[in-house]
Design a protein around this ligand. Structure first.
Ligand code: ZN
Length: 412
């Protein structure tokens, strides 16, 4: 895995000032600080580039993993890599011309190129990701190809293979970190959106079945606790529950992040997504009276959520627990608009993919000898709409040729 390195001087400084264990006596474990950074619904936006206008996103609307990387690297340098976790909440490999080009036009599964979002995401140094519904858009072969190239686990506890009843992807992962000389274990469960059974029926019917997200969380979160997790995070590709919705497992509800947080007391943090909302922080009371935090980073890598967790020794003294009393978790949303540097490393890693995509979308496919304006197309017949209609009928007739329907009249 390529990881940003902390400058040597900075690392040395951290050694000097860090609250390292005393040489003379082992002090009692003290409060530890950990940051969980999250992105969601990146949709192919590795770079701050709008392929439709062939230019960077305008001032004030900038986005992208190239900017996110600068923020993440900065936090890692400041806090130390061991104290920082980075997760992504899915819908990464679909959503813009970069991803459609390398999935449909020139599929990486055929060309053998590395998946561009695996390259970008490995450079980010994610620790875990969950599949979003759009991870299934190009079929399981593309998802598997991507997953094989990532340096981190791509999770989905509730997407079960019909043949075996087992999750197609890993359901959970346990991340171990050493912070101030103490071992901290973070359990992560990935919950993908069951709506994929409808939206990607053509790819998934008969192959993958979906379990309700809360139900899967209720299975796996206690297991992670039993395995020694000090903190349990749900990467949940789902928006918050709409007002008035009651959790009903039989409905395989689409937006259920709030219920995941409230109905699964072993979960401490829910990373929400899918609904493309900017909802950095909400603390909810769980069914057993304890608390959990929900964060939803803004979509298209417009922001990085930073969840700060303060950990204190737990009652048994054999691990840590989140301090909800004196230093409760809080979220800093790092917005990527304006004066945020774009990572040159990311630009370099993506340059061949980026240039090939730019060349493709900018190629001339035809030349009009006259200007055809659509300005009045809304209320009168215009040449441009006639032209589009003509192309549509021609292409449809081509598609029907040789089929049972080839004699049907095609109208547009
Ligand atoms: Zn989604």
């Amino acid at each position: 895995m390529i990881r940003p390195t902390v400058p040597a001087a900075l690392a040395a400084a951290a050694l000097v000032v860090g609250p390292a264990a005393s040489a003379t006596a082992m002090p009692a474990p003290q409060a530890l600080s950990m940051s969980v950074l999250a992105t969601s619904d990146v949709h192919g936006h590795a770079l701050n580039w709008d392929y439709f206008t062939d230019s960077p996103y305008p001032a004030g609307e900038e986005l992208g993993l190239d900017r996110a990387k600068t923020v993440v690297d900065g936090i890692r340098a400041e806090k130390g890599e061991e104290s920082v976790l980075l997760v992504d909440n899915g819908d990464s490999i679909q959503g813009n011309p970069l991803t459609s080009y390398f999935s449909s036009t020139e599929p990486v599964t055929e060309s053998g190129l590395d998946h561009p979002m695996a390259v970008a995401s490995n450079l980010m140094g994610y620790d875990a990701q969950v599949t979003g519904n759009h991870e299934y858009n190009y079929g399981l072969d593309m998802l598997d190809y991507y997953e094989q190239q990532t340096d981190f686990p791509v999770l989905a506890a509730n997407a079960l293979e019909t043949a075996t009843g087992e999750p197609h992807n890993d359901p959970t992962t346990m991340i171990e970190r050493t912070i101030d000389g103490e071992t901290v274990q973070v359990g992560i469960v990935g919950l993908t959106n069951p709506g994929s059974r409808i939206w990607d029926k053509k790819h998934l019917e008969g192959t993958i079945e979906f379990e309700d997200m809360v139900t899967s969380a209720q299975t796996y979160a206690p297991q992670l606790k039993e395995q020694g997790a000090d903190v349990v995070i749900a990467l949940a590709h789902t928006g918050k529950d709409p007002a008035g919705q009651q959790w009903d497992a039989s409905q395989l509800q689409e937006n259920i992040a709030t219920s995941i947080a409230t109905e699964v007391p072993d979960i401490d943090v829910v990373v929400a997504g899918h609904s493309h909302q900017d909802q950095p922080e909400e603390v909810v009371t769980q069914s057993d009276g304890t608390q959990a935090l929900i964060t939803q980073p803004n979509y298209w890598a417009r922001s990085v959520s930073e969840v700060e967790l303060n950990l204190v020794p737990d009652e048994d003294g054999d691990g840590f627990t989140i301090d909800w009393d004196d230093a409760a978790p809080s979220v800093t949303p790092h917005y990527l608009q304006g004066d945020v540097a774009e990572s040159q490393e990311m630009a370099d890693a993506m340059s061949s993919y980026h240039e090939e995509t730019v060349d493709y979308v900018n190629q001339t496919i035809a030349k009009a000898s006259e200007t055809m304006s659509a300005k009045t197309s809304r209320y009168e017949d215009t040449a441009i709409l006639d032209f589009i209609g003509h192309v549509m009928t021609e292409k449809t007739e081509e598609g029907l040729a040789g089929t049972d329907y080839e004699d049907l009249p095609v109208l547009a």
